[in-house]
Design a protein around this ligand. Structure first.
Ligand SMILES: Nc1nc2c(ncn2[C@@H]2O[C@H](COP(=O)(O)OP(=O)(O)O)[C@@H](O)[C@H]2O)c(=O)[nH]1
Ligand SMILES: *[C@@H]1O[C@H](CO)[C@@H](O)[C@H](O)[C@H]1NC(C)=O
Ligand SMILES: *[C@@H]1O[C@H](CO)[C@@H](O)[C@H](O)[C@H]1NC(C)=O
Ligand SMILES: *[C@@H]1O[C@H](CO)[C@@H](O)[C@H](O)[C@H]1NC(C)=O
Ligand SMILES: [Mg+2]
Length: 449
């Protein structure tokens, strides 16, 4: 039954009235690639029934909805990390009942500044393969939550915060308590006495009750509170990044991470770019991908990768603070040239967020550099998030990769390469700052299957 419900979720995603063009594309991909996903119950929904409102089976079955959000300044790739923490919490909750994680729509991210592009209320299906995520934990898009839960209300919002007193006597202990809110709340009363706030750009959404929880510990420490201290059917954790991973790089971590399969249409764009400009195909590079991540277990060192160096060169806010661990452009180019020589690679693919002037300088220093430069139409279609994923996908398939110190954008590429089965020596590399004396290289985190 649970499996049926999950299937129904994945089918219904395609019926969201938003973003018709993308929806059409996704539908084509879905139908051609994921045909086996269509369950008999799914067919009954029929495409094009935009006014469709599901009969709320969930209420009868007493499903509870977990929603969450992350501190606004956090970027795309830390948000992906917070999803993994929420997935662990879900694993704990699912031991006791029927829960669904509502995927927080993407938007209003600080880095997504491409002008004239509507980047708000973006469903997860535009970036990730949601049926794949559903194979790990039950998830649904926010639009589906709206349709299914009977209105734009979230019964209980918990704003997570640390403890005002900090760590008592420097001793770390795990705890969670209802406490007065420490920061100015980003929620305010409307005329009816409900709470208005940032609900991913859904202006009509309201919280019925907002309280603060001081928490120190891993994500699952919240499970007893959600199960025992509230009967709310829909619960939102705001500032969800406050809680830590249950077990970083453990089995649950990797299951959730592996389930975050990039949307097929973005992988296809990346693959086309690889084939066209980098002479890179899965066949020749031994980077075979299984559409069903649960069936994928690559041997370390089995992937060869395309004949190019992949680079993630994080700039912007990483250089504004004059951080010691970030290289100058010249230093970075020197390092790239030496790697290319050592590994006999004559092509280099660069993913970067460098501003225009720096990009011009980089082109002068490294004229042979290849980049994925979307046309305006492509940018409008894939959005900044999709372009970032295409960059990550291409970097993930390089014979050798080097990233930027403590960038979560680079971390996600390391993980993708680990999933594909690259030799760790070709993956866990980062640039060093010129003035860095001890340039420690990134840690190798092995997948636990
Ligand atoms: N397309 C593209 N975007 C990038 C690149 N580097 C950074 N960005 C953008 O800048 C954001 C960086 O924020 P975040 O994801 O938090 O990663 P972090 O700040 O490097 O840890 C990304 O989400 C992208 O929007 C890049 O190489 N390519
Ligand atoms: C949850 O309920 C228990 C038992 O009533 C209480 O001791 C605890 O303080 C509550 N926790 C929170 C976070 O409200
Ligand atoms: C709001 O939620 C808190 C925490 O669960 C609870 O103590 C309080 O009674 C609730 N307030 C209302 C008005 O329901
Ligand atoms: C592309 O790669 C194949 C083998 O992977 C090689 O035989 C071929 O010469 C390469 N083509 C070019 C243009 O480099
Ligand atoms: Mg960031």
């Amino acid at each position: 039954m649970a499996a049926d419900r999950r299937k129904a979720h994945s089918v219904m995603l395609w019926l969201s009235p938003k973003n018709r063009f993308m929806q059409l594309i996704l539908l084509v991909v879905f139908v051609t690639v994921g045909a086996t996903e269509i369950s008999p119950s799914g067919e009954a929904f029929g495409a094009g029934q935009t006014a469709f409102k599901p009969v709320s089976v969930s209420v009868a079955r007493n499903i509870r909805y977990l929603l969450y959000d992350v501190n606004p300044p956090e970027g795309f790739n830390l948000r992906r990390d917070v999803f993994i923490r929420m997935a662990s919490l879900m694993k704990s909750l699912l031991k006791t009942g029927d829960w669904v994680l509502v995927l927080p729509p993407w938007g209003r991210l600080y880095h997504w500044q491409s002008p004239d592009i509507h980047q708000i209320r973006i469903p997860w299906a535009e970036f990730f393969d949601v049926p794949s995520i559903n194979r790990n934990i039950p998830v649904m898009e926010y639009e589906q939550f709206l349709a299914e839960s009977g209105g734009p209300f979230i019964e209980q919002v918990y704003v997570l915060q640390s403890y005002a007193e900090g760590w008592t006597d420097g001793k770390w202990e795990e705890k969670v308590d209802e406490r007065p809110c420490m920061e100015h709340l980003m929620y305010s009363h409307d005329k009816q006495g409900y709470f208005r706030g940032w609900f991913w750009g859904y202006e009509e959404t309201r919280g019925l009750n907002v309280t603060c929880l001081s928490v120190q510990g891993h994500a699952s420490i919240l499970a007893p509170v959600l199960l025992g201290n509230t009967t709310a059917q829909s619960l939102m954790l705001d500032r969800a990044e406050t809680v830590l991973h249950d077990h970083y790089a453990g089995k649950d971590y990797w299951d959730a991470r592996r389930s975050m399969v990039f949307a097929k249409h973005l992988r296809m764009v990346g693959d086309e770019f690889r084939a066209r400009y980098l002479n890179s195909t899965d066949e020749s590079d031994k980077t075979h991908y299984n559409e069903d991540w649960t069936q994928m277990k690559s041997k370390l060192g089995s992937a060869k990768g395309g004949p190019y160096l992949g680079v993630h060169l994080r700039r912007k806010d990483f250089i504004w603070g004059h951080r010691k661990d970030v290289p100058s452009l010249k230093g970075a180019v020197n390092k790239m040239r030496s790697i290319m020589k050592q590994h006999k690679l004559d092509k280099v693919f660069v993913a970067t967020d460098a501003a225009e002037e720096e990009l011009e300088e980089l082109k002068k220093l490294l004229p042979e550099m290849g980049r994925f430069e979307p046309t305006w139409e492509e940018l409008e279609l894939y959005k900044d998030g999709g372009v970032a994923i295409i960059d990550q996908w291409i970097c993930a398939h390089a014979r050798y990769f080097i990233g930027t110190s403590v960038s979560t954008f680079s971390f996600r590429i390391y993980e993708e390469r680990e999933i594909l089965g690259f030799d760790p020596k070709t993956t866990y590399n980062r640039f060093c700052g010129e003035k860095e004396t001890d340039c420690e290289q990134p840690t190798h985190w092995k997948i636990e299957y």
